[in-house]
Design a protein around this ligand. Sequence first.
Ligand code: NAI
Length: 296
Amino acid sequence: MTALDTSKTVAVIGAGTMGAGIAQVAAAAGHPVLLFDVADGAARAAIVTIGKGLDRLVTREKISRETADAIVGHIVPANGLEALTGASLVIEAIVENLDIKQALFAQLEDIVAAGAILATNTSSISVTSIARGLRAPGRVAGLHFFNPAPVMKLVEIVSGRVTDPAIAETLFDTATAWGKIAVHTRSTPGFIVNRVARPFYAEALRLCEEQVADPATLDALMKGGGGFPMGPFELMDLIGNDVNYAVSLSVFNAYYQDPRFRPSLLQLELVNAGHLGRKSGRGYYDYTEGAKRPLP
Ligand code: NAI
């Protein structure tokens, strides 16, 4: 067993949908966690949101008040990247953009210790490319959680072309120690799950574009008839349409623009309108009053 010792600090970069969830998972496992986001106040706001989520679990008697307080107490907002110097494992969960991720990893290389692991939560971008140009690209691997990270069991451990196998093993064992089901995968576009899931979104969007059925009907059908826990449109609203679109575009381009993976213009229009899903209050559904409501 080579899991990271729980005394070791985990740094999470990006305090959005995924970063907040990943920080909670690492903190629940007992690690000190540093949470950094480029947006002012975002890390602090994420910690408040994590606390509220845990309060609900306390109310429902799923966890004790002491446990909830301990998890929140383990997460500290970081004021800058320099504050991450003592981290043994850095998990990047920022915007799904290769150039921005590469720039961040290049900065990190000068900040963290030589033995620290640099992990990315990318959904689709080549881990090999993210590591390219670094002095020690072997310590970069994908640690791909699913949304919501504290709930979803699966974690893909993504090895790039030059990822050190020992790093992949440590991440596998660490994810397992955190209560997750880890799976090794190579750095291929979309890895396993996002590759398999592309047609789930794409065909549903095409049916909608062809006015065969609206999102609510298609979601109801896939749940009631297909046995899926969530319909494609509910799931895209949970993921974030900006993130889902970026993943589709990245997989499409990586497969030499294979038409099977062509992103949806309907989804692009939602992104252009800022209708990103739950996080913006509107996507395929309206969330402005809390519960999901179909749009007129
Ligand atoms: P998000 O949009 O909710 O959050 C991203 C956060 O990163 C924002 O708070 C933003 O301010 C911050 N950020 C952007 N650039 C930064 C930088 N240079 N340094 C520090 N912080 C920066 O995005 P989300 O959904 O959390 O996605 C993050 C990553 O996780 C992406 O790579 C995405 O593909 C991946 N992912 C997303 C899933 C989802 O369901 N949303 C599921 C699994 C992976």
